[in-house]
Design a protein around this ligand. Sequence first.
Ligand code: SF4
Ligand code: SF4
Length: 170
Amino acid sequence: MSNIQGNPCLACITGQHCCSRLSGLVLSADEFRLFFEGHRKELSIKQSNKAIIVSSINGNACPHWGESGCRIYLHRPIDCRVFPYVTARIIEKRSTVKIVFHSRSDCPLKNQLYRTMPEADIRNLLTELGKSVYGSAKSIVVQHERGYISRLQNRIEAAISRRLYQTGHK
Ligand code: SF4
Ligand code: SF4
């Protein structure tokens, strides 16, 4: 959920589903510990490489969502800050980690919101997320995935990277 001046989210026609139906939020271990550890019973929790992905059970709201919006708004996780951009993949390689985001979310006001969110800020935030998940030894590369070819390339890279790490070849 965004909170910009003249907040367009207040006119959201989806019932603010980005928070009221939490799905696939990407977190560092620190973010998880700080904000979601105490809510384990309300969440489905998965590990993807070193990131933690949380969704609500049965399409429920984020545990931090209340009548007046996000209760931790000023401290909310990075993946909440970049929405309606979507963190799509984290591809771990030998010395680099590629974080892929896209702008195909189903937020009805995304084009309006994107105008208030310089892409450089999104890249900086996702680099910060990458560093907090993988540490400073890895270089973080952030890519805006645009179009079918780039999506296909990233799928192939992700599959190769998973195989590399599953078989332990480094
Ligand atoms: S970010 Fe989009 S989906 Fe979320 S509350 Fe705002 S307008 Fe609605
Ligand atoms: S932490 Fe806040 S902004 Fe993030 S999903 Fe939950 S309610 Fe929404």
